[in-house]
Design a protein around this ligand. Sequence first.
Ligand code: HEM
Length: 129
Amino acid sequence: MESAEQTPYAMIGGAETIRLLVEAFYARVQRDPDLAPIFPADLRPVMERQRLFLTQLLGGPPIYSELHGPPMLRARHLPHAVTPRRRDAWLRCMAEALQEIRLDELTRGWLLRRLAGIAQQMVNAPDAG
Ligand code: HEM
């Protein structure tokens, strides 16, 4: 059967799940000593773009690209030093956020592997020292 209901977006619970995930994730980013310094103090605009990006990534409405154009995420991250250490911190925050919102283990693993692939592509600077 082919229908909108079959997208990963719909299967994980759609807009509400993504909203909860983004909130749980950036609450951690804000407390993380490696990540916090490269993010703006007001995280709301970033959270909104991430919400739209994840929605689109998982097969939901492509509003991110309608508003911001092609994601080109690596290019968008170049102004920020994304080190292997920050990649690991980002993925740790995401793993914890996925656990907090209680996605089932199978879905969590699937999504985390997908995001780990993207995170690896974002690395654009070596760790200091
Ligand atoms: C690997 C570690 C990562 C770090 C350290 C990182 C850091 C950042 C920073 C500093 C920003 C800019 C905030 C601002 O607007 O000032 C940003 C934006 C963003 N990041 Fe990441 N990021 C990482 C991985 C990822 C991954 C894996 C994804 C995708 C799932 C992602 C998606 C985004 C999106 C969608 C934006 C907003 C882009 C825009 O429209 O301007 N990031 N990130």
